[in-house]
Ligand binder design. Structure first.
Ligand code: ADP
Ligand code: MG
Length: 257
């Protein structure tokens, strides 16, 4: 668990907008999964999203890089509105890194190759530059010695750190995390959270779905509670935890804290 150390300096309230969601609605068939989502995230802000299983947390962050499509409302990422225009979707995906619960590494590629694939093929980087960059980020996540191994030879915590390094190799402006520690054995949670804390300290714009409330207290500028497809409550961590406003938030917190 992340220690409840002093909170980081808050994000700059006047910083440019990184992600703007305005009245976003989404349906899976008849099922209304996101309801009137309004959210403005500024550059450098760290947002933690929590809420019960099935409340729409993954769907919401997946809409930000168009892994899911919204049907109503607007999503603007770093000034680019997400529409059906594939070129814009590509542009947004280049700016947004994503880390999943189950790592999603390519099992047949080495750690190094996992990290260089997109820079070479999407960014058109030379192999030697991509290798150099990959080693830089593998050092940052403290596993340069694993570069020649395959994902299956690594622990879960190491694999997740590779997934973070892989995302960073694309030089993203925004990082999305979808329950990055929930598939890990408890002893590996800290190494992944420490990596995320160091990213936060460097000023990365982050939206993290997680129930690691120690992490939320330590790094979040705002904590969002979602339930049944809605943002029920959003507040800075101290107020969110000490004085939740809604019954549903109180109930949820009483179950997980
Ligand atoms: P969370 O991440 O908060 O657990 P999700 O965003 O994954 O929630 O899912 C929200 C709801 O949408 C759940 O009821 C889930 O079953 C449903 N859902 C998720 N993905 C799909 C899909 N591809 N098709 C239909 N329903 C889906
Ligand atoms: Mg989810």
């Amino acid at each position: 668990m992340a220690s409840a150390a002093t909170a980081l300096q808050s994000a700059d309230a006047a910083a440019p907008v990184a992600v703007e969601m305005t009245d976003v609605n989404k349906w899976y068939g008849d099922f209304h999964v996101l309801k009137n989502i309004d959210l403005t995230v500024r550059r450098g802000e760290r947002i933690v999203i929590c809420g019960p299983s099935g409340s729409g947390k993954s769907t919401m962050i997946r809409c930000i890089n168009r892994l899911e499509e919204h049907q109503k409302g607007r999503i603007v990422v770093d000034g680019i509105e997400l529409t059906n225009d594939l070129k814009r979707i590509d542009e947004v995906r280049r700016e947004v890194g994503m880390v999943f619960q189950h790592f999603n590494l390519f099992p047949h590629l080495t750690v190094l190759e996992n990290c260089t694939l997109a820079p070479i093929w999407v960014r058109r980087m030379s192999k030697s530059d991509a290798n150099e960059r990959a080693m830089h980020f593998l050092e940052r996540v403290k596993i340069p010695e694993q570069a020649a191994k395959y994902p299956g030879q690594l622990s879960g915590g190491q694999q997740q750190r590779v997934a973070i390094a892989r995302a960073l190799c694309m030089n993203p402006k925004i990082m999305l995390f979808d329950e990055p520690t929930s598939a890990l054995d408890p002893e590996m949670v800290k190494e992944v959270l420490d990596t995320m804390v160091s990213l936060a300290e460097e000023g990365m714009t982050m939206l993290c779905v997680t129930h690691e409330m120690g992490f939320a207290r330590q790094v979040a500028d705002r904590v969002i509670f979602m339930d049944a497809g809605q943002i029920v409550e959003m507040n800075e961590p101290a107020a969110f935890f000490s004085n939740p406003q809604h019954e549903r938030t109180k109930l949820f917190l009483s179950q997980i804290l």
